[in-house]
Design a binder for this molecule. Structure first.
Ligand SMILES: [Zn+2]
Length: 125
């Protein structure tokens, strides 16, 4: 981040703004909806029947599936229930918010480090 031109008051204001966003995020993260682990994938596929229209590129689908890692491998499970999809979406949203929280924390950290540095000198004899 480029804090080079910021005055301490501007940094304080920026940090307080970030803290407001931080608190809002924490509040959302503290009461999660039920979630299902994995990524939602929309899948089109061939059925293997040589006489089927999918042979010429008009694939079957869309099918919805949840993909997650299990023992280092991707495991795909087809989904037909809407509430399952919603729970997988909630998982994705939760992870997005976690990522935002980390970014905000990094910004705050970076501002504070800058504040530390502009208030620090070296003592030598
Ligand atoms: Zn087919």
């Amino acid at each position: 981040m480029n804090s080079e031109n910021l005055k301490p008051d501007e940094i304080k204001k920026s940090i307080f703004d970030l803290l407001i966003r931080h608190e809002k995020l924490i509040n959302k993260l503290l009461s999660p909806d039920p979630m299902i682990e994995g990524c939602i994938h929309i899948i089109y596929k061939k059925c293997g029947n040589p006489k089927c229209h999918c042979k010429d590129g008009k694939l079957h689908g869309p099918y919805t599936a949840i993909v997650r890692k299990q023992n280092g491998k991707s495991k795909l499970t087809y989904v037909d229930k809407l509430d399952i999809i919603d729970k997988a979406k909630a998982y994705k949203k939760y992870n997005k918010r976690l990522a935002s929280l980390r970014k905000i924390n990094e910004k705050i950290f970076s501002y504070l480090r800058y504040l530390r540095d502009i208030n620090t000198t070296i003592y030598e004899k």
